[in-house]
Design a protein around this ligand. Sequence first.
Ligand code: C2E
Ligand code: MG
Ligand code: MG
Ligand code: MG
Length: 281
Amino acid sequence: SISKAEGTPYSFFTKQTQSTIEKRYLLESHLVDALKNKELSLQYQPLVSLRSKEIIGAEALLRWNNPILGSVPPDKFISLAEHNGQIIDIGNFVLHTALSQAAQWRLQRNSNFRIAINISPLQFRDTNFAEHISNLLALYRLPANCLELEITEGILLQDEEIAKRTISQLQRLGIRISLDDFGTGYSSLSYLQKYAFNTLKIDRCFITNLEKNIQDRELTKAIIAMSKKLNMNVIAEGVESEAQDLFIRDEDCDYGQGYLYGKPADADMFEQRYISQNASH
Ligand code: C2E
Ligand code: MG
Ligand code: MG
Ligand code: MG
């Protein structure tokens, strides 16, 4: 048994491996019923225009709260949902919830409100994806230009032809596409050559150490300048301090997102904190 062998490198390795597999299994077995049991919800985090300092919209962020596991962060469960295919249903839940919320806020509060939604590779691989999105926009009576879909390099790695076609179909409809977590993947620059993104989101890892690290400052400057030259909007993610805000504004970055401007909040809280005072009528 494990207890007998305790102390040897083998048992240590076995115990570690087993507990990882058990944890994964535990998460997966609860995740299967998460939608049905209404354990999934969305939070919204403000997207801020650095020129006007106004909140122009929000990114929808998925949350899972399970009675036994507590709150499980998306980095822990989205890959599981991708693995077992559940991400399709979960992704549709996210699309419906975020779009109907955006429609409500646009009608009642701010007619220019924009919504950004994260899309997983499996959703994107569906050859009818653009049509699906177009139907959802019609269902919630939303104009295409209020929607920004956030994708990561994973989507582009899998099937270049499908990705290219879907991106251009979506853009022809007027939907914006942003490349999320820019700078953290493998060959970001070649993707910029192949695809015409509307927006780049500079990964938080560049922003976090702006004050301390000259390399990060230079890289951030270069990414912002490059975005402008390639006619893309640019968003800095993970802005937490006034100094970071000052730096990216000096570099003429378009938008910011981060705890400095607002943490993700559930719909009611978001509305109270960020939309009421900006009401357009
Ligand atoms: P992301 O799309 O890059 O989202 C930004 C993440 O950074 C969010 O983490 C957000 O809470 C966090 N963040 C924002 N500002 C700050 C800051 O100032 N400091 C720090 N330390 N963190 C900040 P979250 O909500 O845990 O989401 C993690 C990732 O999970 C997302 O990264 C996205 O890749 C994925 N995700 C979230 N919701 C969905 C979804 O509905 N569908 C899919 N496919 N993926 C999702
Ligand atoms: Mg995102
Ligand atoms: Mg990101
Ligand atoms: Mg991320």
